[in-house]
Design a binder for this molecule. Structure first.
Ligand SMILES: [Zn+2]
Length: 360
């Protein structure tokens, strides 16, 4: 009876009630489909706790105990977000610490805050960037627990934990990290956790994510380097595959460190290290202490440099680094790590010749 009637006689027509203007949209249909999926889940688990599936996935996930507990608290709205604190008499600021959103609750911190959306929307999770307002964080987690493989779900738990840690660092020490730094730092740490905790079988049963190969999130990269004498002649070369890298700066620092290791192994103690990554060279040669996620690598390089009698780090244009790039491509195409001594591999012979002739 709430539908206003027209005074004119009009033929009946079908409209879509979920959009204000009555036209069908895929977006609104998507939310209906999600509601149906969740309702079915609730019905199928209507005996006992409807969130049983979530709790099972959560407590069985291969993550550290502190992550289990943090997520259990987040799902039960027990984390001290500003929204939650108001129920305990808190009367201070209510806004998000990391963006201009006026209200900080679990749902915002973990699903809607720009830093969270950037991580969740990236290739690893590839989740839609908008979320129905009718969903609580717990319901959203239930949906992920039922649709993700156990490996990816564990990574989601790690990410939520890292987002909460990042939020707390902002609160207590006014420091926060970018989405890339959070993702990279967390996944790198998580991979070593898995290696240490489950050395004989890192993969859990479940839909494995072998289809996922996305270098822009967390993947592997390759580095190439060549040692040449002062005449440009070949001394040694490396082409290594490196796991868990996302950023160009990260892989470049790994390459420089590998190059220094090689020089040291070859007892070469007067070295000029060239890299086409200016940011890496600046980071290594800067006097200012580095606080970024790459600081352990930079520190390694600075400490490692002390054993050389004479070492300098120089930026070279990409065009002058053709040999190193060929070597890196070789490691990528052949999915492995290679080293050559004394005799240059065929794949770089012409590039070395060209460089030398070009120079003279
Ligand atoms: Zn926010």
């Amino acid at each position: 009876m709430c539908i206003p009637l027209s005074r004119n006689v009009r033929s009946d027509r079908i409209t879509w009630k979920l959009e204000r203007k009555g036209f069908y949209s895929v977006k609104s249909a998507y939310w209906v489909a999600r509601d149906i999926v969740l309702d079915n889940l609730r019905v199928s688990t209507s005996v006992g706790d409807p969130f049983d599936l979530l709790w099972k996935a959560l407590w069985h996930a291969r993550v550290p105990g502190k992550v289990h507990i943090c997520l259990w608290q987040a799902c039960n709205n027990l984390l001290p977000t500003r929204d939650r604190l108001t129920t305990k008499g808190y009367t201070g600021e209510l806004g998000c610490l990391l963006c201009s959103h006026p209200y900080e609750d679990s749902r915002h911190v973990f699903c809607a805050c720009p830093v969270a959306k950037e991580i969740l929307g990236a290739a690893l999770f590839n989740l839609p960037l908008s979320m129905s307002h009718s969903f609580s964080f717990k319901e959203w987690m239930l949906e992920q627990a039922t649709t993700m493989s156990s490996d990816i779900f564990a990574k989601l738990l790690m990410t939520v934990w890292a987002l909460w840690k990042n939020r707390n660092e902002k609160l207590w020490s006014e420091k926060s990290q970018s989405a890339v730094a959070i993702s990279l730092g967390t996944m790198t740490w998580y991979e070593s956790f898995l290696l240490n905790r489950y050395p004989n079988g890192r993969k859990q049963k479940g839909r494995a994510h072998q289809f996922w190969k996305a270098p822009q999130a967390v993947g592997y990269g390759t580095v190439g380097g060549v040692i040449r004498n002062d005449q440009g002649g070949f001394v040694a070369a490396i082409a290594h595959q490196v796991s868990h890298v996302t950023a160009a700066l990260h892989i470049e620092l790994v390459a420089i460190r590998a190059g220094m290791d090689l020089c040291q192994a070859m007892m070469v103690d007067k070295v000029i290290i060239e890299s086409d990554c200016l940011v890496a060279i600046q980071a290594i040669t800067s006097e200012v202490p580095d606080m970024s996620v790459y600081s352990p690598l930079i520190e390694d390089i600075k400490v490692g440099a002390r054993v050389f009698q004479d070492i300098s780090f120089v930026h070279a244009p990409r065009s002058a680094n053709c040999v190193a790039h060929r070597l890196a491509s070789h490691a990528f195409e052949n999915e492995g790590s290679f080293e050559w001594f004394a005799q240059a591999p065929e794949l770089i012979l012409d590039a070395i010749m060209y460089d030398c002739n070009h120079r003279n």
